[in-house]
Write a protein that binds this ligand. Structure first.
Ligand code: ZN
Length: 265
């Protein structure tokens, strides 16, 4: 699979993605908000966009669909239950289905929580290439999507327990926004001695480019506080922020507590 990660540099720091089949150079455009840039990059690479895929219905993910489809004739695919919210979807996708483009095959994951109809697209990898997860606003580098625009933190926690935490460590993460530097500060606010987060923050300070940085699940287990729900310090911090007994907290309550703290942080 050929991957082009394109930072949009708007206020919301969206990423869009072009994924192409190496044999045919046919491509999938994921959430192509900046349609002009998306079309130009595809043209420069010699890739032909056959499919536009939306991870979910928020405007900053779907607003570029029209011009990309007008220019390429691409098919629009999205979560089957997002078809009312996203204009002109050609095909609704369900959990476990395959999305093919040329020889490239991605697996559709149904990952509710940020919104109730959200998909992630999973590339399972091969002998030369590590797996990859295109995760929209479900999972960010060192963070998770917020739930106050049509989502539900309890459901997002279930999505993580059932589908994200079990992923292998070598799965590369391609999220819908570049929030890593802020998110690292939140992790450090919760775990001030988190050595992996401290070291990565130092690397960004010393010039590591956040925009083209690609994390993986193994690193997320270290730097993403939403993966660290059973850590003593994280639980104690939530108990004291919420003014509850630490023994009353489980993984779900800790996750929900973290999400609500992050909303107002
Ligand atoms: Zn969103």
């Amino acid at each position: 699979m050929l991957i082009k990660q394109i930072p949009i540099r708007n206020n919301l720091r969206n990423y869009m993605y072009l994924l192409a089949c190496e044999q045919t150079l046919e491509a999938i455009a994921i959430d192509p908000l900046d349609h002009a840039v998306c079309l130009q990059v595809a043209k420069d690479l010699g890739w032909s966009i056959k499919i536009v895929a939306n991870t979910h219905h928020h405007f900053d993910h779907i607003d570029g669909n029209g011009p990309v489809i007008a220019a390429t004739g691409a098919e629009l695919v999205a979560h089957a239950e997002a078809m009312q919210a996203i204009p002109n979807v050609d095909r609704g996708l369900q959990a476990g289905e395959s999305l093919s483009c040329g020889e490239l095959v991605l697996k559709v994951m149904d990952t509710p929580g940020h919104t109730m109809s959200h998909i992630c697209l999973y590339f399972s990898g091969n002998s030369e290439e590590k797996p990859a997860l295109f995760c929209g606003d479900t999972l960010f580098n060192a963070g998770v999507g917020r739930c106050d625009f049509g989502g539900e933190p309890k459901i997002l926690h279930k999505t993580f327990v059932d589908q994200i935490f079990p992923l292998p460590d070598d799965v590369r993460i391609f999220p819908g926004h570049d929030y890593i530097e802020n998110n690292l500060e939140f992790t450090l606010d919760r775990e001030s001695d988190n050595q992996s987060a401290l070291s990565l923050r130092e690397q960004f300070k010393n010039g590591l480019d956040a925009e083209s940085f690609v994390s993986d699940i193994g690193l997320e287990r270290e730097i993403n506080v939403f993966f660290r729900l059973n850590e003593k310090q994280v639980r104690a911090g939530i108990a004291s922020s919420l003014n509850v007994d630490v023994n009353s907290l489980d993984s779900q309550k800790t996750f929900i507590g973290l999400r609500s703290l992050r909303d107002n942080w």
